[in-house]
Design a protein. Structure first.
Length: 254
């Protein structure tokens, strides 16, 4: 059984970072390659300038040049996975405010406190499906907690693992509160996903903060009825469908 090591990226590991993207990240012809995971930490203007150089120097050579510069300037943050001394995976994760254009502004505006964002994973093809992504998440959450962060968030592709399964895994490493967002309802003002939120509360026993779809005081009452620990209200406040003072007065004592 493989025993993988997860290490935070430091200047001493810059060569291992480049080695991973040079030689292992996309050896299966993955259409996401070539890539050196630079864009999450670049502004739009820099990306435009970089793309213009693709035809002159080639895509991979240009991306690598920018990656080297950013590594030397300590502008790329995250974790490398190792099998022995060989880098076999990467997770781009850092303070949410460090992603100037990559993380949506509404995500930054609706954090519940000091937050770490996970924005990218890449695993060498022969190591996929071996639990490395889960190991990355556990390490990010553990370090975030140790460093005074109150939340870890990410915008990921669809996974075969259910939200409840993931929440139970996080519970095992000490997570007590989860912001549970139904992204299909987020910003739609069509009411929260009560059934899924109720199942999350029941199955995990965690403090579940419901997010997505809240449009009225009635929605907040419905969430209270299923024992949700709280709710995030965004668009409903902006459109004055919920009065914040009234909401606080109605639910704060409870």
């Amino acid at each position: 059984m493989h025993r993988f090591t997860i290490k935070p990226l430091t200047p001493e590991l810059n060569k291992d970072y480049l080695d991973f993207f040079d030689n292992r990240a996309f050896t299966d012809g993955n259409p996401n390659g070539p890539c050196y995971c630079t864009s999450p930490n670049q502004d739009e203007e820099t990306i435009k300038k970089m793309v213009k150089k693709f035809k002159i120097f080639g895509v991979k050579k240009t991306l690598r040049k920018y990656a080297v510069k950013m590594l030397n300037e300590n502008k790329i943050h995250g974790y490398l996975a190792f099998d022995g001394d060989i880098s076999i995976g990467w997770c781009n994760a850092a303070d949410i405010e460090s992603y100037s254009g990559f993380v949506p502004q509404f995500a930054k505006d609706n954090t519940c406190g000091k937050t770490v964002s996970i924005v990218c994973f890449e695993i060498a093809p022969e190591y996929r499906g071996k639990g490395i992504t889960s190991a990355f998440i556990e390490r990010v959450c553990s370090d975030a907690k140790e460093n005074g962060y109150v939340a870890v968030e990410g915008w990921e592709k669809i996974s075969a693992r259910s939200a409840v399964e993931f929440a139970l895994q996080m519970k095992e490493i000490g997570v007590q509160t989860i912001v549970y967002t139904d992204i299909a309802k987020d910003g739609m003002l069509q009411g929260p996903n009560l059934d899924a939120t109720a199942e999350m509360v029941r199955a995990t026993g965690l403090d579940i903060i419901a997010s997505g779809g809240v449009s009225s005081m009635k929605d907040l009452e419905d969430l209270e009825a299923i024992n949700a620990g709280g709710a995030i209200i965004g668009k409903a406040l902006y459109e004055k469908r919920v009065n914040l003072r009234d909401a606080v007065g109605r639910f704060e004592a409870k």
